[in-house]
Design a binder for this molecule. Structure first.
Ligand code: AVJ
Length: 320
């Protein structure tokens, strides 16, 4: 790593994979946390999902950033301390950093030390004029922000990728309220959120014809086989992603094709034929949903940027 980059290490608690998995499998209905999708194999599969023709989210959000980053930079104003949740080596972050007016610092907050250092190292080379202040922390917990050399005019949290949509509404509101407290009264949150739209189009995005999403989902079981010495037979489980139009979210399940017994961490777990485990929500929002969610967190929608078809949105939320 570049010697001039100082890491603030808040020493996030290690994941308790075994404890979380056994608790989820003991629950009724069974569930597994979606954060465990992203081991090395899962992260590569997610990148391949983003290249599938049906998965419109990533390329549409990037299009919004390409078309509107200048306008966003103007709305944010000069002297921003830009905090990003997630490692953000991506193209979306670059679009923003390229056009921000005299930003005082870029502060990526990421739980994986290695992902954090790799991405901030690349960004430091590309943006030598921006102070890089990486923080190793769990963004779902309270985070302390490092102070830049120059005092920031305002702090803005950037949370792209519709990642907020992976949390149930009550949890999403709690996260937004935490961000509101973090940025203070002059601050703001810039968040990428997927839109409600034709259910067939949403469902197709989570059921790509090439089967990459199914592979991504089932990799969760493969990971448990690798790391917990479990014996899931992947041919006896199916990926199932359905859009619930009333709740406005994709609900992804792993469904057992037959009655079977699996060993996980030395324990036996029984599955009935057709029994479904919940593994992920991906929530979708119309503008009224965004306004309601923001209001519940003490925020107001200040600006909304979308693509011409309004498939995806980037929203600037400020203190109410
Ligand atoms: C990157 C977490 C937002 O929910 O759309 C993609 C993950 N899951 N296909 C999403 C995902 C299945 C993605 N997020």
């Amino acid at each position: 790593m570049n010697a001039s980059i100082k890491l603030l290490d808040l020493e996030p608690a290690e994941d308790d994979l075994l404890g979380d998995v056994l608790a989820g499998l003991a629950a009724t209905p069974k569930r597994l946390p979606s954060k465990y999708f992203y081991d090395a194999v899962g992260s590569r599969l997610f990148e391949r999902i983003c290249e599938q023709p049906e998965y419109y989210l990533t390329r549409t959000e990037l299009e919004i950033m390409r078309d509107h980053a200048e306008d966003m930079a103007q709305a944010l104003g000069p002297g921003v301390r830009l905090v990003e949740y997630g490692s953000g080596a991506g193209l979306k972050t670059r679009q923003l950093l390229k056009v921000l007016q005299a930003p005082v610092a870029y502060v990526p907050v990421e739980i994986s030390r290695s992902a954090l250092l790799a991405s901030v190292g690349r960004l430091a080379e590309e943006f030598p004029g921006i102070e890089m202040l990486p923080v190793c922390a769990d963004f779902t917990q309270r985070v302390a922000l490092p102070e830049p050399g120059r005092p920031p005019r305002r702090t803005v949290v950037y949370f792209p990728g519709s990642t907020l949509g992976n949390f149930e509404n009550a949890v999403a509101v709690k996260l937004l309220a935490q961000m509101r407290a973090l940025v203070g009264s002059g601050g703001a949150v810039l968040v990428g959120l997927d839109r409600k739209k034709d259910p067939a189009m949403i469902e197709a995005a989570y059921n790509d014809a090439a089967g990459v999403t199914a592979e991504f989902t089932l990799n969760l079981l493969a990971r448990l086989n690798r790391e917990l010495d479990a014996d899931f037979d992947l041919s006896r489980f199916r990926h199932q992603a359905r859009y619930d139009a009333v709740k406005g979210r994709i609900e992804t399940h792993i469904t057992s094709s037959c009655a079977q017994s699996v060993s996980v961490g030395g324990q036996r777990v029984e599955f009935g034929e057709g029994e479904a485990m919940l593994v992920e929500y991906s929530c979708k929002y119309d503008q009224a949903d965004v306004e309601r969610m923001a209001a519940s967190a003490g925020l107001v929608v200040e600006r909304t940027w979308t693509d011409p078809s309004d498939w995806f949105s980037v929203q600037l939320l400020a203190h109410a």
